[in-house]
Design a protein around this ligand. Structure first.
Ligand SMILES: [Zn+2]
Ligand SMILES: [Zn+2]
Length: 309
């Protein structure tokens, strides 16, 4: 076991920090395991007691998350040899992302079976607001400029696992982060979301930017329309020029993406340089922080408590 304090150096020309991040967070079981780890789960039995996860799935995911430096595997018993999984600094650093995802899901669907969160400092039930650490103003797509960096090539920004499917059938996490998974749960959805967020609009443009085969792209656009993430708008002058624009629901997910990018580039570094640089309207490189919408204070994991309804 090694102390994991620094960032991981990625190989030259390979997947960049965004691809690694999407590979880890575009998986509903990983998110589910991490969410419960933040809430205190460390041992197999802890997770098995929280939901319908199978031994095989749990073993596989814990192995992968440990390899990525999110958990340390620590022996707690010699006879028999047993290990527990303790979040590293890198793993604990994910909680703002999980919290922002939760808030976005809850906002979209107040009936979703999601817990309430209470801010210990002010004592109120709250929603997190993503704000710029430099000027305190909210992070919105309109207030952020994105520039691709030296490792930002599209082909390097999507996870290599082609067509990884969402798990189906009975063995699924409870309806936790369902909508987030519609956006991030497979490489083409994630690539499409990125292309739209970067300002892509026409079909050919989106096909070009994502590298998705036309049939796949058409399918993902249809799914995004069904999920209320994009709307198709016709160009009155050119019938063949249908454009796709993000809805308010999708725009509200933008802060989550900035948190993911910040986390990814903090912990995984491509030798060529960053994949993307985000600048806030105030002129500072974007450092997104979560604040309480009630008292305005910056949120800390130790001051947030989950209240299951
Ligand atoms: Zn700012
Ligand atoms: Zn507060």
């Amino acid at each position: 076991m090694t102390a994991r304090t620094g960032s991981t150096a990625l190989g030259p020309g390979g997947p960049n920090a965004i691809a690694v991040t999407l590979g880890l967070l575009g998986d509903e079981w990983n998110l589910w395991i991490l969410r419960h780890a933040v809430d205190g789960c460390r041992r197999y039995g802890d997770w098995m007691g929280r939901g319908p996860i199978s031994n095989t799935v749990l073993t596989g995911r814990l192995g992968r998350l440990t390899e990525a430096g999110l958990f340390d595997r620590v022996r707690y018993s010699d006879r028999p040899a047993r290990h527990e999984y303790v979040l590293t600094r890198r793993g604990r650093d994910l909680w703002p992302i999980l919290l922002a995802m939760w808030a976005w899901e809850k906002d979209r669907d107040p009936t979703a079976a999601l817990p309430e969160m209470r801010h210990g400092r002010c004592g109120e039930l709250f929603s997190p607001v993503t704000a710029c650490a430099d000027c305190d103003r909210p992070v919105t797509r309109a207030a952020v400029t994105a520039a691709l960096g030296p490792s930002g090539d599209w082909t390097r920004s999507v996870p290599a696992s082609v067509g990884r499917r969402r798990s189906t059938g009975a063995r699924r996490p409870s309806p936790y982060l369902d909508r987030t998974m519609e956006l991030l749960g497979d490489r083409w959805s994630a690539a499409l979301l990125g292309a739209l967020m970067m300002g892509g609009s026409r079909f050919t443009e989106l096909a070009d930017r994502t590298g998705a085969p036309p049939a796949v792209l058409a399918d993902r656009l249809r799914r995004f329309e069904d999920a209320g993430v994009v709307t198709a708008v016709e160009n009155p002058e050119r019938q063949d020029r249908v454009g796709y624009v993000l809805t308010a629901r999708a725009e509200a997910f933008f802060p989550v993406i900035t948190l993911m990018i910040a986390w990814g580039q903090r912990w995984f570094r491509a030798p060529e340089g960053p994949a993307i640089s985000l600048t806030h309207a105030c002129g500072a490189p974007l450092r997104p922080r979560l604040r309480c919408d009630r008292c305005g204070e910056e949120l800390r994991a130790s001051e947030v408590t989950v209240e299951d309804g």
